[in-house]
Design a protein around this ligand. Structure first.
Ligand SMILES: CCCCCCCCCC(=O)SCCNC(=O)CCNC(=O)[C@H](O)C(C)(C)COP(=O)(O)OP(=O)(O)OC[C@H]1O[C@@H](n2cnc3c(N)ncnc32)[C@H](O)[C@@H]1OP(=O)(O)O
Length: 221
């Protein structure tokens, strides 16, 4: 998938501080897909496991103290390497789940075209809202990412989400392979109406969504 998207991302417009030009409203960034070494992916996966643990362990206070020391050592190690958006690899490694960004759910786009974008993955302990069900605020994050990608593939990339409506049809489980598909429903001037469905591998509908992506005007952030 990377080659096609590399080209598109190179000319894509995304928000950020290191602008090198303007296209539509967004600053245009150097946004080539990041080419990382072999340790970046495992580092992100380890950080995701730490997120799972941080929301789930019940440990003695001295264990939290020891973990805090390790966390502070990591902060000291990484802090000198802070980089502007569009330069740090997180969010730009298209072959990693969630583009290698901890903000994104760790899903992998497996098909993308102007007609359809499909992504697969699982939610995990970090995403639990209650009783092992995925938090109702996490699912729109997945849909919004899909709508952004769908809009991008439909060559409507300089767009932002105007609204995102989610119907929660069934409880969404963690640690279960799921699939989401998103497509353009219709285009009206600046407005791209997008729809998506989240299903389990048996085809059971868990949630669906409709969104409005609005093409930005020059000067809009
Ligand atoms: C491969 C890369 C993948 C990346 C994925 C990442 C995707 C992430 C996408 C996002 O999450 S973007 C962040 C969340 N969204 C925002 O922060 C948007 C904040 N809102 C705005 O900036 C402005 O509202 C916006 C620029 C979108 C629109 O403002 P405008 O003043 O230019 O639009 P205007 O109010 O004139 O509305 C334009 C049309 O949209 C309609 N509209 C706007 N908001 C609407 C709304 N909420 N509901 C229904 N219709 C709406 C409006 O009626 C009108 O329709 P008509 O053209 O038919 O007259």
């Amino acid at each position: 998938m990377t080659d096609q998207v590399d080209d598109d991302l190179d000319s894509a417009a995304v928000t950020g501080s290191s602008a090198v030009g303007r296209r539509g409203g967004f600053p245009k960034l150097r946004m080539q897909a990041a080419d990382t070494g072999p340790d970046f992916g495992p580092f992100i996966e380890a950080m995701r496991t730490l997120q799972d643990l941080a929301v789930s362990v019940d440990a003695p206070d001295e264990v939290y103290g020891a973990a805090l020391s390790h966390a502070q050592a990591m902060i000291d190690l990484l802090d000198p390497y802070r980089a502007p958006e569009g330069e740090s690899p997180a969010g730009r490694v298209l072959d990693l789940p969630g583009r290698g960004s901890l903000l994104m759910v760790p899903w992998q786009v497996e098909y993308f075209g102007p007609d359809l974008v499909r992504s697969r993955g699982s939610f995990r302990r970090y995403h639990v809202g209650g009783n092992n069900a995925v938090h109702g605020g996490v699912i729109p994050l997945l849909f919004d990412e899909m709508f952004g990608f769908t809009s991008f593939m439909a060559k409507r990339s300089v767009s932002r989400t105007g609204y995102l409506h989610v119907n929660y049809r069934k409880v969404t489980p963690i640690d279960t392979p799921l699939v989401v598909e998103s497509r353009v429903d219709r285009i009206e001037g600046r407005k791209t109406f997008v729809v998506a469905e989240l299903r389990d591998e048996d085809g059971t509908l868990l949630a669906d969504a409709e969104g409005l992506m609005i093409k930005l005007l020059p000067g809009q952030p």
